[in-house]
Design a protein around this ligand. Sequence first.
Ligand SMILES: [Zn+2]
Length: 175
Amino acid sequence: MDEYAPRPEIQCPFEKLFPSQLQRDDEFYMKLAYNQAIDAWRQDEVPVGAVIEYHGEVVAAAHNRVDATRDPTAHAEILALTQASNALGDWRLNECRLYVTKEPCPMCSGAAVMARLGEVIYATPDPKMGCLGGATALHDIPTLNHRVNVRGGVLETECTALIQAFFQRKRLEGN
Ligand SMILES: [Zn+2]
């Protein structure tokens, strides 16, 4: 069986965003992450996208691929961390910022700490599973020898609408 057999694309009712290349601010990178989340939806994956910025350049862009790869670790953030490490030739990502459309889960929050990320910026808070201040705050464990800066709320309205609509649709479809 082909592990990565392409599946037919499904329609996403949301349009991609086209941020100006001239203003590389938080919203610029989060819009790219949002576009990744739309790609995830089109592949019937939970729409979460991630982008990693290093000195003003995008060194990683990924979306959730858990279903396609049948791999529970194939979250957008983990895939992006691997891309960025490969691009920079270093597993230490102190000077990188991770932009992700939803507050990271326990696994991805842990990976952000282990990668020594400089900063994580998320859009939608997740009080149930989020571990950068939502359900708990892994980055605030006092004994950790690396501090990850965390901010939330960038492009929150758009990213929240996207993921809520996806789950609403799934509930209507009954799966
Ligand atoms: Zn995760």
